[in-house]
Design a binder for this molecule. Structure first.
Ligand SMILES: [Zn+2]
Length: 390
């Protein structure tokens, strides 16, 4: 095998070193010597890297008293991530609107905007996303924006930046990344919304475990898997597709895939709504979001019963998936109803399994989209910071 070109080898070493120091500084401020000690990087290299990141405005020098670790002699000047030094813009394409928000590397939310796109074509939605991202980038200052993370539901090919299929939006094979990257002149990365949640957990919580399973339920059921702090996307981008996992002893409910009793047709909000309409607890023109309401007492009681059954069935299915994958943490994300209904679901996952509920907010989705970009930034900082390549 021919040797790697020196330049690309140097670049990958610089990416690894700069990524390691940035990840440490996301946890807490510290001085150059402490950074060198913890990363195993020589003090000379560390001094050069931090100088490049200080020059770029990514890092800042802090008052001496905030330093971590205790050395002998003259105290070191601690370094920290500048809260607004470098920003990531997150764009999420949802069923009814496009949202955008800018975050600093250390998690500071700087600005947000949204625009409706209900029922629009992929071209219109892309145009909306570009317009919204431009508006936000102009507002926060283009020179500080590292790039854009885009998230959406369905099956996304991270490598090509294409939305392969989206039952929610009714789209298939839509290139999303390239039109945005060209129009904005920035690096753009893209993945599914549920994967963005998993990445944001890794980025915003230094104590997050190395492996986790996130199962998201709403009108659909889908999941993301993190192994060794990396998303597992699979050979054909479809890793985490749990919608068509068969459920044993079901009622024989047909699924669009041709099978019966798939997880999604029994445990999604849409599945609960279908039964509620059949029972007369919700009108035929209701949305799956209505399963958390109900007009009459009888309807509210009926819906609560359906949600409890769903919570247990979902929990048992998540438990079987988690048994197979054995992650350090299992998360059931999305609305599950009352705290008691959520508890039913978590209890059904399994007694000895670390599991928690994540009721995802609009801000969580924004943070997720931005975290896709930040994950890429921390993996290959030389693609973003020209001063690191000198
Ligand atoms: Zn199916």
């Amino acid at each position: 095998m021919p040797p790697l070109p020196t330049t690309s080898l140097n670049r990958s070493v610089r990416d690894r070193n700069a990524g390691a120091l940035l990840r440490l500084l996301l946890r807490e401020p510290m001085g150059r010597k402490e950074l060198a000690r913890r990363t195993g990087i020589s003090l000379t290299t560390m001094t050069r890297l931090t100088a490049a990141l200080l020059e770029a405005g990514v890092l800042e020098e802090l008052p001496t008293r905030t330093i971590a670790g205790r050395g002998k002699g003259r105290p070191e000047i601690p370094l920290g991530i500048a809260p607004r030094g470098r920003l990531a813009v997150g764009v999420q394409i949802r069923g009814d609107r496009v949202t955008a928000a800018a975050y600093g590397l250390s998690g500071l939310r700087c600005a947000a905007a949204e625009t409706p796109h209900h029922g629009s074509s992929p071209e219109q939605a892309v145009a909306s996303a570009i317009g919204l991202a431009k508006e936000l980038i102009d507002k926060v200052g283009p020179e500080r924006v590292a790039g854009v993370g885009v998230s959406t539901g369905g099956v996304v090919d991270f490598e090509s930046g294409t939305l392969l299929s989206s039952p929610q939006l009714g789209w298939s094979d839509v290139p999303l990344r390239e039109p945005l990257a060209q129009a904005l002149g920035l690096r753009v990365v893209m993945d599914t919304s549920v994967r963005s949640l998993a990445v944001s957990r890794l980025w915003s919580d230094p104590t997050a475990p190395d492996s986790m399973l996130v199962v998201f339920v709403a009108g659909i059921v889908t999941s993301a898997l993190v192994l060794d702090r990396q998303l597992h996307r699979g050979r054909s981008a479809t890793a985490g597709t749990v919608a068509h996992t068969p459920v044993a002893d079901g009622p024989g409910q047909p699924c669009s895939c041709g099978a019966v009793d798939c997880l999604e047709v029994l445990a999604s909000d849409r599945a609960v709504q279908r039964v509620a309409v059949r029972e007369g607890w919700l009108p035929a023109d209701s949305s799956w979001d209505d399963i958390y309401a109900g007009e009459s007492q009888a309807a509210r009681d009926g819906l609560a019963r359906l949600r409890r059954d769903r919570a247990e069935l979902l929990g048992r299915s998540v438990g079987r998936i988690a048994d197979f994958l054995d992650p350090q943490e299992t998360i059931v994300a999305g609305r599950l109803g009352t705290a008691a209904e959520a508890r039913l679901c978590l209890d059904a996952v399994g007694a000895n399994r670390p599991v928690r509920h994540w009721p995802v907010t609009d801000e969580d989705w924004d943070r997720g989209a931005a975290s896709l970009l930040i994950d890429d930034y921390l993996t290959r900082p030389t693609c973003y910071e020209a001063t690191l390549s000198i």
